[in-house]
Ligand binder design. Structure first.
Ligand code: Q9C
Ligand code: ZN
Length: 554
């Protein structure tokens, strides 16, 4: 099994900024990258990653997702003066140019491609690229939404071309719709694009009809584009988990990707001035964990948005620590999917003061009224507080096996002569899985029950211990058993007690390796679907994470 988590970052990508007054673009600052990287260094996470150098993307690579005319136009920006840059910028929406942004944009694409190369060749298991400018809004012939080149779209094409990836999943958890990615793969069934985004019935930027739920792709790509528009702000941890359990994961497992990209924007986290959502940074540990058993663990996270520096840095750390394999924290605030819900702030978590004074030449574009408005908005944002995520510890002993003397120790395990039973486990609550729906024998049916029933119940219940028993009479296929074992380790801080007759394939999961891919799934039988749905309906009043419609709320 491949090990290691890549971290790809270069300070050079902090070396461009907004050179004039523009209230729309002022949130996209170099500090976004600086605080994210510093948080990884301070927490010791950066040291645990495999550091990989960035490189510049070539023209040919950029042309995988962009037109020649556009590339040639951007190539001229390093030689433009302020006035020319401002004029060039005005051709596009919500973006700014700087003499050094073309260089940084080439590095951002190159960093993402370095990540793909290292993950696809097995030098590392997974990784994260910390990049600026972001990519998911940029289009074949247009910069947009702070994005110049579409880092992830280019990387997905590159993975298909240079690493023979047959199916690529892109999970865009940024709070904005990555319309650039959607356009790029609209008719392509080999790339499945999922995005949730603040929408508010098209009143939120980028205000596109095609960001709605009914844009599902076209031609051969019909069904391979999944949009989840949020029509309200304030979405929280349960809303995000519910969408993963009931929408994304069933589709993703059926698709069975060879590679997973995360358009990892953290403007979907609490405190963000763009998103106005309520999900806390620790939820990204779970979102990451839930994707890590797809594609044999090949996950490439690439930074997109995220404009509250505190929330951003915490969320980046949660994501990287999970990629490294540390157990996810207890999922907090799972009151059930309901929006908006009031948050109970319990500790101060203020935005660090913005570095002022070095914004370059500033004309007066705003006026007093606008400045007043900004003051009000800033004040409101500063009142948003949330508990700082608890320190997550990497356990020094990950798994203990109690084996009869005659049984050989599995690969990667060490035999201790004396392990007191259950000494690492102090919890006493058991999670009992519901008995599987009748006739739920095939892989797709069991996966549907695991994702749609077992995981939501488990997350809502918040067990202190997961007890898994593989009973001789009830045979679960090997890959499925691995998926079940791995996915359930997101609960109870990873405290899992497994009762087995044969250790075999389970050891690998308990040691932190990804579960093997199940291959593309076919539709489960109609009886399975029926009994599954009846069970979900019966339980959903008591277990809000099982709710899939708005019937029970607003
Ligand atoms: N307040 C990324 O997150 N401005 N881009 C919207 C509405 C554009 C966001 C203005 C936001 C672009 C990568
Ligand atoms: Zn965004």
């Amino acid at each position: 099994m491949k090990m290691g988590t890549a971290l790809i970052y270069d300070e050079e990508m902090t070396k461009y900024k907004l050179l004039w007054v523009d209230p729309v673009c002022k949130i996209e600052v170099p500090e976004r990258l600086i605080v994210s990287y510093e948080a990884l260094v301070k927490s010791g996470l950066a040291d645990r990653c495999v550091s990989i150098p960035v490189r510049e993307a070539t023209d040919a690579e950029i042309l995988l997702a962009h037109s020649e005319e556009y590339l040639e136009a951007v190539k001229k920006t390093p030689f433009m003066h302020l006035e020319e840059l401002m004029t060039f910028t005005q051709k596009y929406g919500d973006v700014y140019f700087h003499p050094n942004i073309y260089h940084c944009a080439k590095l951002a694409v190159g960093a993402t491609l370095q990540l793909v190369d290292n993950v696809m060749t097995g030098k590392v298991r997974n990784g994260m690229a910390l990049v600026r400018p972001p990519g998911h809004h940029s289009q074949s012939s247009a910069a947009n939404g702070f994005c110049v080149f579409n880092n992830v779209a280019i990387a997905a094409q590159y993975a298909k071309k240079h690493h023979k990836a047959k199916r690529v999943l892109i999970v865009d958890w940024d709070v904005h719709h990555g319309q650039g990615v959607q356009y790029c793969f609209e008719d392509d069934p080999s790339v499945l694009y999922f995005s949730w985004h603040r929408y508010e019935h098209q009143s939120f930027w980028p205000n596109l009809k095609e960001s709605d739920f009914d844009s599902v792709g076209s031609g051969k790509g019909a069904g391979f584009n999944v949009n989840v528009p949020w029509n309200k702000v304030g979405m929280g941890n349960s809303d995000y988990l519910a969408v993963f359990f009931h929408v994304l994961l069933p589709v993703a497992y059926e698709f069975s990707p060879d590679l997973v990209f995360i358009c990892a924007g953290f403007d979907s986290a609490i405190g963000d001035p763009e998103g106005h959502m309520s999900a806390t940074p620790d939820i990204f540990a779970h979102l990451t964990h839930l994707l890590m058993n797809l594609a044999d663990g090949k996950v490439c996270a690439v930074l997109e948005g995220g404009y509250n520096l505190t929330s951003l840095a915490q969320s980046v750390c949660q994501t990287v620590q999970t990629l490294l394999g540390d157990p996810a924290p207890r999922p907090a605030q799972l009151g059930g999917a309901s929006a908006p819900f009031p948050e109970e702030p319990s500790s101060k978590n203020r935005r660090p003061a913005q570095q002022g004074g070095s914004q370059g030449p500033e004309g007066d574009a705003g006026g007093d009224a606008q400045r007043e408005e900004e003051k009000v908005e800033e004040k409101e944002e500063e009142e948003i507080v949330w508990p700082e995520p608890l320190r997550r510890v990497a356990p020094s002993l990950r798994s203990a096996l109690l084996l009869p003397d005659a049984v050989e120790c599995p690969d990667g395990c060490a035999r201790f002569t004396c392990v007191r039973a259950c000494s690492p486990l102090n919890a006493t609550v058991l999670l009992r899985s519901p008995s599987p729906p009748q006739g739920c024998g095939d892989t797709a049916g069991v996966m549907q029950a695991v994702l749609g029933l077992l995981l939501p119940l488990g997350y809502q219940y918040e067990p202190g211990l997961v007890l898994l028993a593989r009973l001789p009479g009830y045979q679960v296929e090997g890959g499925l058993w691995q998926q079940l074992t791995c996915l359930l380790q997101g609960l109870a801080l990873g405290h899992t007690l497994v009762l087995l007759q044969v250790i075999g394939i389970t050891a690998s999961c308990l040691l932190g390796n990804a579960a093997l891919s199940l291959g593309p799934l076919v539709a489960p039988g109609p009886e399975d679907v029926g009994s599954f749905e009846r069970l979900r309906l019966r339980l959903q009043t008591d277990w809000p994470l099982l709710q899939t419609t708005g019937t029970f709320r607003d």
